[in-house]
Design a protein around this ligand. Sequence first.
Ligand code: NAP
Length: 260
Amino acid sequence: MGMLDGKRILITGVLTDASLAFAVARRAQAEGAEIVLSGAGRGLSLTRRTARKLDPAPDVLEIDVTSDDQLAAAGSVLGERWGRLDGLLHAIGFAPPVCLGQGMFAAGWDDVTVALQVSAYSLKALVGAFRPLLEEAGAGGGASVVGLDFDATVAWPLYDWMGVAKAALESLARYLARDLGPRGVRVNLVAAGPVRTMAAKSIPGFPEFEETWRQRAPLGWNVHDADVVARACIALMSDWLPMTTGEVLHVDGGVHAVGS
Ligand code: NAP
């Protein structure tokens, strides 16, 4: 029996087979879930190609989280298809290049607002679009929203406005957990250590993160292993953590717990 038998889950953020969300999708299917993916903009065709590497190949919806129309359309499609949504993975992040690696004074509001909208506010936009479906599952035993995070309790080298966006994401997850808990919907984040994905390539300080993890992770850390992150997401989407919400679960080899 799989941990997600009978569950219906929407997984955003699959771009390539290196995406953290791809590892979640593969694990979710292996644990018995029925999944649908979403992709956005120019990456949509890449998401469709990557979906064919899954078995069975899931359908792909177009959801740019900055488009209210696309969010509403996706809500209708899944409403007709499933009538409820047991799980939702938010695996979305983007900041204009000036927001990373140039200190806090280079980017202006026009750029910062994009980083905050796509990387933090998008959790509210996404959850809002599927709220009736999540609440339907919540009434029937529980629904789980999981987002991917990078520990935002400290300032990192070069992460700059993306770090601020992640701090907003962490706070937002707690507020959504407050609002949706009474409807049976849990909202949690997984704060992952560095894994080499497309998004990671656009982070100028990524090699420094890798070095930090190499030196400090009590459990060690493999930057090519997205599956350790995926397994934590699956656990949060399963029925095994029914009283956990508003949590940031660190899947970082223990780096967050040690000083140096
Ligand atoms: P990834 O494979 O590049 O995935 C990032 C995803 O965000 C892509 O699918 C991208 O799609 C999507 N996205 C960007 N703008 C979007 C928009 N407007 N609407 C909808 N989707 C949009 O990289 P990843 O590393 O797996 O990142 C997934 C999440 O994990 C991010 O939140 C990231 O911050 C987080 N995370 C990553 C690491 C790491 O080391 N890799 C560590 C901790 C947390 P398009 O490119 O098509 O726009």
